[in-house]
Ligand binder design. Structure first.
Ligand SMILES: C[S@@+](CC[C@H](N)C(=O)[O-])C[C@H]1O[C@@H](n2cnc3c(N)ncnc32)[C@H](O)[C@@H]1O
Length: 276
């Protein structure tokens, strides 16, 4: 059964699923996604045991609630009108909403109605993406929502920085799918994940994690901007191949073009574009 991700997400791997399916292990290994976002590969492959982790606590609260009480999350979100005024009210109220279920439903509603599915906050950590009449996403049908929520039953969740997530789960029978944000040198006015901007020191920590996974006999697949991918080819037996992906991050027309990402793995797989 085809399951769609529950969320729209900047940098989602939905446009890259075909090449990623080739590297998905069929060994029953624990699937660990430390930068899970909308977890497009997880929903596509539905691994039997999984850890979905992200630094975004509202995102993980949404997944936890959708696994436990999917009907309720769906109903609360779908009772809200898809108008600018309702959107702005929900956006104002979410930060002070203590009830986890309501907060999860608000998160879903905002995700489906905001400009291009972006997640961006102000300096106080308050979600501030504008309403968009034309760049909203369709609300999932009840069946689509419940099917995707059911897929979450195999997952454990954590709100965590990637390094501690990896340290916790590193083992020989684990497959790590790593899809970090692109690193930038300084804060931009309109970034995708501004609460958790990824910077050069984060990249260094990530390199250490790749080596730790490899040393433990585990497997990883990392996708990254081709301009910086050379940094990740640390060990001779690691492989890289290019993947063309239709990018849709910023929502501005000129930024919606094909981009090349590089897939780095510490194992072999069948592919024609490999250039390690
Ligand atoms: C490119 S997105 C992942 C997209 C995902 N593969 C998908 O299919 O939607 C990167 C994610 O990393 C998360 N993130 C940013 N910094 C992080 C950190 N230090 N530790 C863990 N997650 C982080 C962001 O919240 C975002 O959800």
């Amino acid at each position: 059964m085809l399951v769609r991700p529950l969320l729209r997400w900047a940098g989602s791997k939905r446009q890259m699923l075909q090449p990623l399916r080739k590297i998905f292990p069929n060994t029953g290994a624990l699937y660990v996604e430390p930068f899970c976002g909308s977890a497009a590969l997880f929903f596509d492959q539905k691994p039997k045991r999984a850890v979905l982790s992200d630094i975004n606590s509202d995102l993980i609260n949404f997944y936890r609630c959708s696994r436990r009480q999917p009907n309720e999350v769906y109903e609360i979100a779908n009772e809200l009108r898809r108008t600018k005024s309702t959107y702005l009210r929900v956006r104002r109220e979410i930060a002070d909403t203590k009830d986890k279920l309501t907060r999860a439903a608000y998160f879903y509603y905002l995700n489906r109605n905001c400009f291009n599915g972006l997640y961006r906050t102000n300096k106080q950590g308050v979600f501030n993406v504008p309403f968009s009449k034309s760049r909203t996403g369709r609300m999932l049908s009840e069946e689509e929502f419940l099917d995707a929520a059911a897929a979450l039953s195999s997952a454990k969740f954590s709100v965590s920085d990637f390094e501690s997530c990896i340290e916790t789960h590193v083992q020989s029978n684990a497959f790590f799918f790593l899809d970090p944000p692109y690193a930038i040198k300084r804060r931009k006015p309109f970034t995708e994940y501004d609460k958790s901007v990824f910077s050069e020191p984060d990249l260094k920590r990530l390199l250490g994690c790749l080596e730790a996974i490899d040393d433990a006999g585990g497997h990883f697949a990392l996708t990254y901007d081709s301009a910086l991918a050379h940094k990740f080819l640390l060990r001779r037996q690691w492989r890289q191949s290019e993947i063309i992906v239709r990018r849709n991050i910023s929502g501005f027309a000129d930024a919606r073009k094909n981009a090349v990402e590089v897939l780095t793995t510490n194992f072999d797989y069948h592919d024609t574009n490999s250039h390690s």
